[in-house]
Write a protein that binds this ligand. Sequence first.
Ligand code: GTP
Ligand code: MG
Length: 423
Amino acid sequence: MSKVRIYTLAKELGVDNHKMLEILDGLGVSYKSVSSTIEEDTVELIKQIVEEEGAAVTGGGSEPDQAARTEPEQAPVEVQAAVQSGTVLSGTLEPAPGQLPVEGRATEAQPRPSEVAVQEVSAAAAQEIPHRAPVVTIMGHVDHGKTSLLDYIRKTKVAAKEAGGITQHVGAFEAKTSKGRIVFIDTPGHEAFTTIRARGANVADIAIIVIAADDSLMPQTREAIAHAQAAKVPMIIAINKIDLAQADPEKVKTDLTQLNLVPEEYGGDLIVVPVSARSGEGVEDLLEYISLTAELEDLRADPKGQFSGVVIEGKVDKQAGVLATVMVQEGTLHVGDFLVVGENYGKIKAMTDSGGARIKEAGPSTPVQILGFSDVPTSGDKVQSAKNEHAAREVIAQRASDRRDEEDARQRRKAQRSLEDIL
Ligand code: GTP
Ligand code: MG
């Protein structure tokens, strides 16, 4: 056996990736991501540790899939095992100097015995919030194959249906992949991502930057990368069209390096996956990397919590009227709920999922199309629920009055300035 990828070893030992990273942190082994490779002797050491910890770790089995993990009853068992083993680990293994656990990955760094109980409780509380599906935005230069790639994943033909094959609107789609549910947002260029973000809402958990292997980095590719970086959203590069004779994936990687984005195989931490939306080559790997990245992000949302969501797009349909695509972020939406968006409110008359099927309710990380707003809501606006129509009207009245106050204040400042100018 030679070098082994961290996630491969985790899978082999039936330990989840978080746990594996904790063990590595404990050993003072440095790594860039779960797809980094580790040396043979470290592998042996890890195997021993996992064996010694025995039932506490392996009792939970391998990482359950997304669906199983959303079962609330399962959480406590998993939590206990994770917490117990985590504390055992940090009590017995001294991390090397400067090898503090990576932020957000291992929270129980060397607790004193008195702290353990408290931490167990808070960790258990956090873990009871179920995992949610990742929301992935696909960005990149025109014609580099974003829609085609998504098409392949959805196994449907969206691009063929679009006028001229150019994405006209934002589409949010749920895909049931071999790695569980993943929500994809297709964008014309990256316009929607920018407008939504400009309004203070981050919808995407992960950004896939699609780069055509025969074209390499183009202006909109650079912009997309800059947007993902500014949003601090983890990026995965998909080098597309590798089926073409003139494809040159190596050039793409070298060009990326010039932007200080160093692919893993060059010793950096950038995940780069060569794919072909035409033949499907590499698409499974891409999905695997998405689910690995999502796992590390530890995405959770409470379906029983207070509802909140974001408008992905709003439009007027000649027959149906105002339609809004909303991403549910927290809580659950039900037909009949009152919603408030900006200074607009509505009652959900009907709701459809991304496949066009009528649904009665929708939980976290679900894009839904809602019928029931009187005005077209703006992309990126936050959506909240209200107890009833009266409450919804009150919220809107307050917002309108706040806005008027702000406008008045602005007018006064302007008048003051021109007065100063005159004087
Ligand atoms: P915009 O939405 O306009 O920004 O384009 P897009 O990035 O969504 O590209 P789209 O999927 O529409 O693909 C553009 C063209 O590239 C189409 O003619 C596709 O058939 C072609 N294409 C996409 N992926 C591949 C691929 O992997 N291999 C080959 N040979 N052609 C591809
Ligand atoms: Mg497209």
